[in-house]
Design a protein around this ligand. Structure first.
Ligand code: HEM
Length: 495
């Protein structure tokens, strides 16, 4: 705190409530220049940016403070501080870095705050009700079967998960949430995913160079191909919305000509899509077309990319832990019929070990390894720190999940950690793959249901064998968890 005299003209310091030196509560690693930590990421590649936070966590072992040009950053790697922040009523606004997502997602549910966020959350929460999720089960099942059809006739095949899984999750989110089958739009879906990667590339370029934090310089020097990538992803979501509007109109038209006296709710008889809620809300004047677009972009991105990562690492872990894969398989055999006819939500709920397996996967490989908040007013935390207005908070989920304070041999893959008797004495906020508190993930049940379904359908037919060396995995920074190389597994058909 005493260093960086020049920076102090531009950046408000974090104080302590009772005058305790701040560094006793949270250490402050020295920055590379007189501008504090502003340029610490400068020149680092994607792996270097990711490793920076891991190195800090290892070196300091506790939550810490960094100073950059314009803002103090409180970096959280412990469960107590995570709880304080996630449950703080004044800390629901997302951090500055989320502004870099605005050209892509505008201010939908993930990135908005205040009254707008409250209204949208209220509007969308009922669409994740278990009755609706139950209806989606048939789609998850069919999409999982379709996923496996591509390996028909093959007894052994090595697959690149990063190539095949995202197509499955994008198809699933479009059919469930948007009510539109991607079958005839497969190529457009592929282009959506490619251009999404381009958008992410620009996001990282901005993140690692403070000169690009403002819009002007970024647009002048670093936004190559950004506008065209945005056009593609927005074009795709607009087409989905237009298609669903047409389908809904057709359903309404048909039902008014065929309705009988006991037909008391034509839409409820059809499969309901989350997008329908938004379209009906538009009729009631609660949202406009651009609002629908930002929510569709948000749900599509959140719903496909995060579950892809969960499944990619879930299958990788199956391949690396054959004994635990066998436990999952035995459990599946016990509860799910071979023809999958009883693969419904109530049966899925019985697959406890598979659930622990996926939870452990998300502990070691959280799809969202980092989350950010901003103090929009001076805010006191329970540990005695006073964050000035504008301070940024970074919650390092990746480091909390590997913090030896809560996890014995944290690097080891052990689904048994999630047995009820092992969970009860652990800090609740030591495990936050879906965040927690008001801004928690609205799609967590959906995600688990989808991931478990594909696992069941796949494990029934195939054994998953190792095809990579896990020691060679190099993590990259991204909007979500990335690796330098794509992950592969070998599938061998069960006899
Ligand atoms: C394994 C899968 C998933 C993981 C690990 C995950 C994780 C998260 C996390 C950590 C957040 C908080 C982000 C932040 O504060 O920056 C979040 C928010 C959100 N997630 Fe998920 N998510 C998953 C799947 C889904 C799915 C399937 C959907 C939708 C169908 C979804 C929709 C959302 C939305 C809309 C938000 C913003 C909620 C709000 O702020 O009110 N997520 N998710």
């Amino acid at each position: 705190n005493k260093d960086y005299h020049i920076l102090s003209f531009f950046t408000k310091r974090i104080r302590s409530k009772d005058g305790t030196p701040v560094e006793i509560i949270a250490p402050m690693p020295k920055g590379k220049t007189i501008f504090g930590n502003t340029f610490d990421l400068y020149g680092r590649d994607h792996a270097g940016v990711f490793d920076h936070s891991r190195e800090r966590a290892k070196e300091l072992g506790t939550s810490y403070i960094e100073y950059t040009f314009g803002s103090a950053i409180y970096n959280i790697i412990d469960a107590d501080s995570a709880e304080n922040v996630m449950n703080h009523p004044n800390l629901i606004t997302k951090g500055l870095v989320y502004n870099f997502l605005h050209p892509f997602l505008k201010t939908g549910l993930l990135t908005s705050t205040g009254k707008k966020w409250h209204a949208r959350r209220k509007m969308l929460t009922p669409t994740f009700h278990f009755n609706i999720l139950n209806q989606f089960q048939e789609i998850f099942k069919t999409e999982s079967q379709k996923f496996l059809q591509q390996f028909e006739g093959q007894d052994e095949v090595t697959i690149t998960l990063h190539d095949v899984i995202p197509r499955f999750t994008l198809n699933s989110i479009c059919e469930t949430a948007m009510g539109v089958k991607l079958d005839e739009m497969a190529e457009k879906g592929d282009r959506y995913r490619e251009n999404f990667s381009q958008i992410e590339e620009c996001f990282i370029r901005r993140l690692s160079n403070p000169l690009f934090w403002g819009d002007k310089l970024f647009e002048m020097f670093a936004a190559k191909d950004y506008a065209s990538a945005l056009d593609v992803v927005h074009g795709f979501s607009s087409e989905i919305i237009a298609k669903r509007r047409d389908l809904l109109k057709d359903e309404l038209d048909k039902s008014s000509s065929t309705q009988t006296a006991d037909d008391d709710g034509f839409v409820s008889k059809k499969r309901f899509a989350m997008l329908d809620t938004l379209i009906y809300a538009e009729k009631d004047g609660l949202i406009d077309h651009s609002g629908i677009c930002e929510e569709v972009d948000t749900l599509m991105f959140e719903g496909y990319d995060t579950t892809s990562i969960g499944l990619i690492f879930g299958l990788m872990n199956m391949s690396l832990n054959p004994d635990k894969q066998e436990l999952c398989f035995q459990e599946i055999q016990e509860h799910i019929d071979d023809d999958l006819s009883n693969l419904d939500v109530s049966q899925l709920n019985k697959l406890k070990y598979l659930e622990y397996f996926m939870k452990e996967t998300m502990r070691l490989f959280p799809s969202v390894p980092i989350m950010g908040r901003e103090a929009v007013q001076e805010t006191e935390l329970a540990n005695g720190l006073i964050l000035p207005k504008g301070a940024q908070i970074t919650i390092h989920v990746f480091d909390i999940h590997r913090n030896a304070k809560y996890w014995d041999s944290p690097e080891e893959f052990r689904p048994e950690r999630f047995l009820p008797e092992n969970v009860q004495d652990r800090h609740t906020y030591a495990y936050v793959p879906f965040s927690a508190g008001q801004r928690n993930c609205i799609g967590q049940k959906y995600a688990m249901q989808e991931m478990k379904t594909l696992m069941v359908v796949l494990l029934k037919q195939f054994k998953v064998l190792k095809a990579i060396d896990p020691q060679k995995i190099v993590f990259h920074t991204g909007i979500t968890l990335r690796t330098q190389d794509k992950i592969r597994v070998k599938l061998v058909r069960r006899q």
